[in-house]
Ligand binder design. Structure first.
Ligand code: NAD
Ligand code: MG
Length: 353
């Protein structure tokens, strides 16, 4: 097992190792002196696959285990699912000495985390990520949220988990597209940090070295979270590829998956930076080589105008200025804030029509 300590406003460990799911109860007994009630929050797919093992482990360790299951998919990350979860906690008699376990991908983690942040003004929660994306990204860092009809993650809170338990065995059942979503984020981490992650991802597919790659990504995320927990400074670098990526997801009505959209977003901005002499040509070819090795795309047919329109309605825009994350070289990225009206010409420099 590998362990990464995060010293945020609430310190906690991310533990990564095969078989950790069946050890969930024992791991929690190590954190809490008395057994408590635990609400395991999962979507229907994950609940069917891993709910029984989680609950068995909790009960064996003396916890009283309850289950909240919602239909899988982003469409469940709403205020109404959140309200149903709050009501389930109240009905089951949960108090601030009880806890929530988010067993699932980023949707379960964000939803359960936001419920934990707000139920009775805040109760502890544990993340048990079951997607590659949630293992390397969303389970760490304490951002929790649900969506509004007009926008993603518009209602949320910062609330750090008390523990993250990542069992890479659970990733074996992931559909290929969900695996690829995580790979888009892995490439992002490699571009932000450079070697050794960049070379590791090129030399072996992540599926062969999951513990090593997941812990490397968590360590990178740890450094960003520790220096900028509230996301006002360098943590924004984690949005590399995401401004354009979110716009592509939205323009395609989510037919293009998050990982693919982020891959295209990174490629577009890197081409634009290269065109403007802000980034080395080697960085562009290195990015393209890594994306190709994970079968991730680098182009979209959506026009620069369409992408700009969609991107400029994103919440990360401050007034008429738009922060762009630009690579200068592999392992070195920076934030460049541009006038929003210039964004279309950046996108054209990045190869969009
Ligand atoms: P998800 O939770 O919807 O999971 C994707 C799909 O995979 C679902 O259908 C799920 O049922 C299925 N699945 C999950 N684990 C499985 C397994 N082990 N085997 C088989 N199927 C499994 O989506 P996601 O991609 O994990 O996360 C996306 C969400 O994460 C978005 O809502 C995004 O906003 C959020 N996010 C949050 C942060 C953060 O810092 N909080 C960061 C990145 C993304
Ligand atoms: Mg992302």
């Amino acid at each position: 097992m590998r362990a990464v300590s995060i010293s945020a406003s609430r310190p906690y460990e991310v533990r990564i190792g095969s078989g950790l799911l069946s050890d969930l109860g024992a791991q929690l007994r190590g954190l809490f002196d008395a057994p408590r009630s635990v609400m395991v929050v999962s979507d229907d797919t994950v609940s069917a696959l891993y709910g029984p093992a989680a609950e068995r482990s909790l009960r064996d360790a003396g916890f009283c285990s309850e289950r909240f299951v919602f239909p899988h998919g982003e469409r469940s990350k709403t205020l109404s699912t959140y309200a149903a979860l709050q009501q389930a906690l109240l009905t089951a008699g949960f108090t601030r000495s009880d806890l929530i376990v988010a067993l699932g991908g980023g949707v379960a983690g964000d939803l359960a985390g936001f419920a934990a942040a707000t139920y009775q003004r805040g109760i502890p929660y544990v993340q048990v990520p079951t997607t590659l994306l949630s293992a390397v990204d969303s389970s760490v860092g304490g951002k929790t949220a649900v969506n509004l009809p007009g926008g993603k993650n518009q209602v949320g809170a910062f609330h750090q988990p008390v523990l993250v338990l990542c069992d890479p065995e659970l990733l074996h059942s992931l559909p290929p597209q969900e695996y690829q979503n995580g790979c888009g984020e892995l490439v992002k981490y490699a571009m932000l940090s450079g070697d050794p992650l960049y070379s590791a991802l090129l030399s072996e597919p992540v599926s062969r070295l999951p513990e090593q790659v997941i812990s490397a990504c968590v360590e990178i995320k740890r450094d960003f979270v520790q220096s900028d927990e509230w996301d006002t400074g360098c943590r924004r670098l984690l949005n590399f590829g995401h401004t354009v990526g979110h716009a592509i997801e939205s323009c395609s009505h989510y037919a293009v998956s998050h990982g693919q959209a982020v891959a295209i977003g990174m490629a577009v901005l890197t081409r634009a930076a290269c065109h403007r002499g802000l980034c080395t040509p080697e960085a562009l070819s290195d990015l393209e080589r890594l994306l190709a090795s994970y079968d991730l795309p680098t182009h979209t047919d959506f026009s620069a105008q369409a992408i700009a329109r969609a991107a400029l309605s994103d919440k990360k825009r401050r007034g008429d200025r738009l922060p762009l994350i630009l690579p200068e070289a592999v392992g070195r990225c920076r934030v460049e804030t541009i006038p929003a009206r210039d964004f279309v010409s950046w996108l054209r420099d990045g190869g969009l029509s």
